[in-house]
Design a protein. Sequence first.
Length: 251
Amino acid sequence: MTSGTETSGSGDITRTLELLWDTGRRPGRGPKPGLTLERIVETAVEVADRDGIAGVSMRRIATELGTGAMSLYRYVPGKAELLDLMLDRVQRPSDNPADLGDGGWRSALEAMARATLALYRRHPWLLDVNQSRPLLGPSALDGMEKVLDRIRPMGLADPELVSAVLMVDGYVVGAARTQVYQEAAERTSGMTTADFYAAQAPFLEEVMATGRYPVLASLAEDTWSPAFDHFEFGLQRILDGLEVLVARRRA
């Protein structure tokens, strides 16, 4: 999805899959009562939500849990494997069928898109993880199973169904990156996006008056209004395109 600072699937693949699917060995009682793999993963997600993925380390998580770093290695081999467990944890799909729309394929993809955007806004560190080769844990497969089950009535070939999901997902990731980065710029600069562009207005007015950019100068005043939902507009156009393809195949 993104080419960030970390890469999914870069650890011990077999051991990570054993942990994801709970098929491998589980450590016995450790030196700190109550320490579990689930607590380790949840704590790592909390740290990433606060400080970004760069703030996650085995030592940092051990400190947060009040234990030694070596205790964590009894549960997970290292940060690379922990990252894949974190990804699976935050991408766990909803168990409520209503969260995938009213039953039609379009509403399912629409709901998936909005849920994915919300996911990236809750966990902005996901944008710093290269997920081009994800490990297929229970969350990934559960989510894909639910969506494919709802969109199969589109009547497309199986590779096309998967491509439709990937297309919508790719669009959402791009939109999420824009939103998250914009909010980060506001926090670090102390200047809102509106103020940022307002500061450029006097210069732009002079440039537009030269006649060099006649099309831009002719645009309506509300063209750049924040009230216009670019995400929703783009999403609906993608779904419109798929609607045309579905109708063509049925014809």
